[in-house]
Design a protein around this ligand. Structure first.
Ligand code: AMP
Ligand code: MG
Length: 320
């Protein structure tokens, strides 16, 4: 198991020596390494068992630092960065030669963002390199939203886990590509499409998050899975189909009579979508540890953050 703590000096030293440090962000915990150093970056892929075709997001401390690692910041990207950074928005931009191709899976674009977490922002500001950091989980698994989630799965493989408590947003960043004069949403996430369009003052050009026509190597249909089979649909109906002893339930708001309370979680009993997003991955992980064979779940109302939650539930329910 790794050491878990809040010591920025320990984290800084490990990163400067080319090591891996798990960092808290407002979205999920990241597995961070020096983005300028190819050897350090390759360790991320190894530890996560992540295919080399799945690019990493680079975390910087400011828009000014982002400008140092890309060819240019188009007007649309500048507008979005000024509106939402630090925050759950990743911008895909044309990279310059400072970023090794191993970070971007050989592409000429890089995903970059300023995370909104005081501890990680202080860490990144103290370093003279940005941090490449995908979610700190084995590839294809549910993202971690607490330090112990990271420790349970990757504890023996990282140098240090910076503890920043429970992630406030709980779902990954929204990814928006701003290359070739187009604004295209590549992944739904913690920032809604409505918020993005409001800041732009116009609709986005496209939303290409469907796994049927992947536009980003990382847009895999099967992802975020906690381990057990997940069945999405009408929970009342599915409870009749399966013997109760064998199912766990993840509902949006409701609790179910005659079902052991340790085997059911409501994402937000009051129907608050932000609370639902925050609880999503942690609840899936808890249900995965219960003595159940399947997890029955349902879609949440499909607007705002609900679209990102439904996206994760759908991918988590796909067979790997
Ligand atoms: P994770 O941090 O684990 O959610 O993974 C980062 C995700 O960001 C990848 O799976 C990709 O989908 C996306 N990503 C990173 N860089 C790029 C890029 N240059 N172009 C498109 N998508 C990207
Ligand atoms: Mg991930």
């Amino acid at each position: 198991m790794a050491e878990i703590g809040k010591d920025l000096e320990v984290a800084k030293e490990a990163l400067e020596k080319g090591g891996l440090v798990a960092i808290p962000t407002e979205t999920v915990y990241g597995l961070a390494a020096n983005a300028f150093d190819e050897e350090s970056v390759l360790k991320i892929f190894e530890v996560k068992d992540r295919p080399s075709f799945d690019p990493l997001i680079v975390h910087v401390s400011s828009l000014a630092f982002a400008a140092k690692i890309v060819e240019e910041i188009p007007e649309s990207a500048e507008k979005l960065a000024k509106a939402f950074w630090p925050g759950p928005l990743t911008l895909v931009l044309k990279k310059n030669e400072s970023i090794p191709l191993s970070v971007t899976s050989g592409m000429d674009t890089v995903g970059v963002r300023v995370p909104n977490h005081p501890i990680s922002l202080a860490l990144i500001k103290s370093l003279d390199f940005p941090l490449a950091a995908p979610s700190a989980n084995p590839f294809g698994y549910t993202s971690p939203t607490q330090a112990f989630h990271v420790n349970n799965q990757l504890g023996s493989k990282v140098n240090y886990i910076l503890d920043g408590g429970n992630c406030k947003v709980g779902i990954e960043s929204t990814i928006v590509s701003c290359v070739d004069n187009k604004v295209v949403v590549l992944r739904l996430g913690g920032l809604t499409v409505e918020e993005i369009e409001n800041a732009l003052g116009r609709p986005v050009d496209d939303i290409q998050t469907s796994s049927d026509k992947p536009t980003a190597p990382g847009m895999l249909s099967a992802h975020y899975n906690p381990g057990k089979k997940i069945i999405i649909g009408n929970i009342d109906h599915n409870l009749k189909k399966f013997p109760r002893a064998r199912v766990g339930v993840l509902s949006f708001k409701r609790t179910f009579k005659n079902l052991n309370i340790t085997k059911q979680f409501a994402l937000s009993p009051k129907g608050d979508m932000q609370e639902a997003a925050k609880n999503l991955f942690g609840s899936l992980r808890k249900l995965d540890t219960r003595a159940v064979e399947f997890i029955l779940t349902e879609e949440v109302p499909n607007d705002g953050l609900g679209r990102a939650i439904n996206d994760r539930l759908l991918r988590a329910s796909q067979k790997k």
